[in-house]
Design a protein around this ligand. Sequence first.
Ligand code: AMP
Length: 249
Amino acid sequence: MKILVPVKRVIDANVKVRVKSDQSGVELANIKMAMNPFCEIAVEEALRMKEAGHADEVIVVSAGVAQAQETLRTGLAMGADRGILIECENDPEPLAVAKLLKAICEKEEPGVVLLGKQAIDGDNNQTGQMLAGLLGWAVATFASRIEVSDDTFRVTREIDGGLEAVKTPRPSVITVDLRLNEPRYASLPNIMKAKKKQVDKYTPADLGVDISPRLEILKVVEPPARDAGVKVSSAAELVDKLKNEAKVI
Ligand code: AMP
């Protein structure tokens, strides 16, 4: 079985995001970028499936600007076998990404596509579901455990009320949640080896996909600044403030 892992290049989770002065988006110039943390979890899970003998190839794929190749190299340094870069002038919207991934699925015929549950930049949480819809495949979202058997996946899903267990057939789309695993760090020798691994390149036109945006960003603004907190000296004072100042009890 082949496993396809779509990985997105996003602003590093430790960077303080700043809005551009013209409110057209967030500042990306000279900002540290990294692999979306949920995509790291998906790569880790794919590698564990391969190590357990359930898969023979892990392919990482990214749609984005040329520098998304660095994100692919991170996945290859973790242990993925091969990369695919779909080079786009701008960051494509989730529906466009799903259409591009569908075209790659038709070429590669993976047994499972493992995606992050969401990308931490747009917080869309759409791509996996749209991909499954376009392919007509089953989808299990928010996986916190995945067990592979010959032709099915048993997925434990994190839902509001607790955990839900579902069984999906092969091929499936699965989106992964935070508690699934702890991604490994790439070792220096593996970072060096990753430089030599194969990365195929496509454009959206090669895949016959129109990625013109369907959304118009009207403006992006910083969240309102929070008021400073106050320290109280006793539980009684806290109750008094909640009752008489905040009027919430
Ligand atoms: P989203 O729907 O944007 O929140 O993203 C969910 C997941 O879809 C991510 O964790 C990735 O696995 C995948 N994904 C989204 N955008 C891209 C992209 N441009 N290239 C590759 N994978 C992507």
